[in-house]
Design a protein around this ligand. Structure first.
Ligand code: GLP
Length: 260
């Protein structure tokens, strides 16, 4: 079962996750990070950037794979996930851009780009830690409800709800691409450690379904129940619909070692 950790702020969540990633990089200087976009992981990148600034370690060999990308945005579009990952993670963390891969959103290559991306992840030895947010539809990456638990990186059609949620980054909802390339749920399951973060009441249903609901492709986040090493970091609002709150708190309070 996932370890569920409660925090009273996004900053506290970022500090916990960043400490885990920092210790991974110290153990494995060419660690492979699974990088997520969205507002949720920003506190992780900010805390890790602050930690690296205060007490630098060598990150020149760290590698990264983004979870997903829109199809059809022009190269360099500020809301392409290549641009977002560069802005939010690669630059603040001082990672080598040559070590960071993002699925190709070029419409000309969407039938083969997924296979190429999977091959690149395998060639890198797999993802050591995958950072995840969760959408209101329960999607992780861009795996919308109905996505197979065996799915690998491929083209997906975004739901209208996800496009509406992401319209805040575009002039209008009509400018949000209809298609994306996303790591599959099967790809995510191959990562060695998953850190899923969620904040705010609008994520409460998705978190309850992911952590405690039936394992169902209708709730893509429930894929975490099939993974042997998952940490879920939530604030009280995002945790508010979980049943086993007391047990999660008890387990965290009695954890035999510090940190996640
Ligand atoms: C997008 C991303 C997801 C992310 C989700 C939630 O759809 N593809 O990876 O988890 O948004 O975004 P936010 O963290 O901004 O709530």
């Amino acid at each position: 079962m996932a370890e569920v950790v409660f925090v009273d702020s996004e900053a506290a969540a970022g500090t916990l996750a960043a400490a885990s990633i920092r210790s991974l990089i110290l153990r494995k200087p060419d660690a492979v990070l699974g990088l997520a976009t969205g507002s949720t992981p920003l506190s992780v990148y900010a805390a890790l950037a602050a930690s690296l600034a205060a007490d630098p370690i060598d990150v020149s060999r760290v590698r990264g794979f983004a979870l997903d990308e829109y199809v059809g945005l022009p190269a360099g579009h500020p809301e392409s996930y290549r641009s977002v990952i560069t802005r939010d993670a690669v630059v603040p963390l001082g990672l080598n851009p040559a070590n960071i891969q993002v699925p190709s959103g070029d419409p000309a290559t969407i039938r083969t780009a997924g296979l190429d991306y999977e091959a690149a992840i395998l060639a890198a030895g797999g993802v050591d830690v995958q950072i995840l947010g969760i959408g209101r539809t329960g999607h992780v990456g861009f795996n919308e409800p109905g996505s197979s638990f065996a799915s690998l990186t491929r083209v997906k059609t975004l739901t209208e709800k996800t496009r509406a949620d992401n319209a805040r980054f575009f002039p209008s909802v009509d400018d949000v691409p209809i298609h994306c390339m996303t790591q599959g749920l099967g790809t995510i399951l191959r990562a060695r450690h998953l850190i899923l973060l969620a904040f705010g009441p609008e994520k409460a249903d998705a978190i309850a379904a992911a952590v405690e609901g039936p394992v169902s492709s209708s709730k893509p986040g429930s894929v975490i129940q099939l993974h042997p090493h998952v940490t879920v970091i939530v604030d009280e609002a995002a945790a508010s619909k979980l049943d086993n709150l007391d047990y999660y708190r008890y387990a965290w309070a009695h954890k035999p070692w510090p940190g996640i």
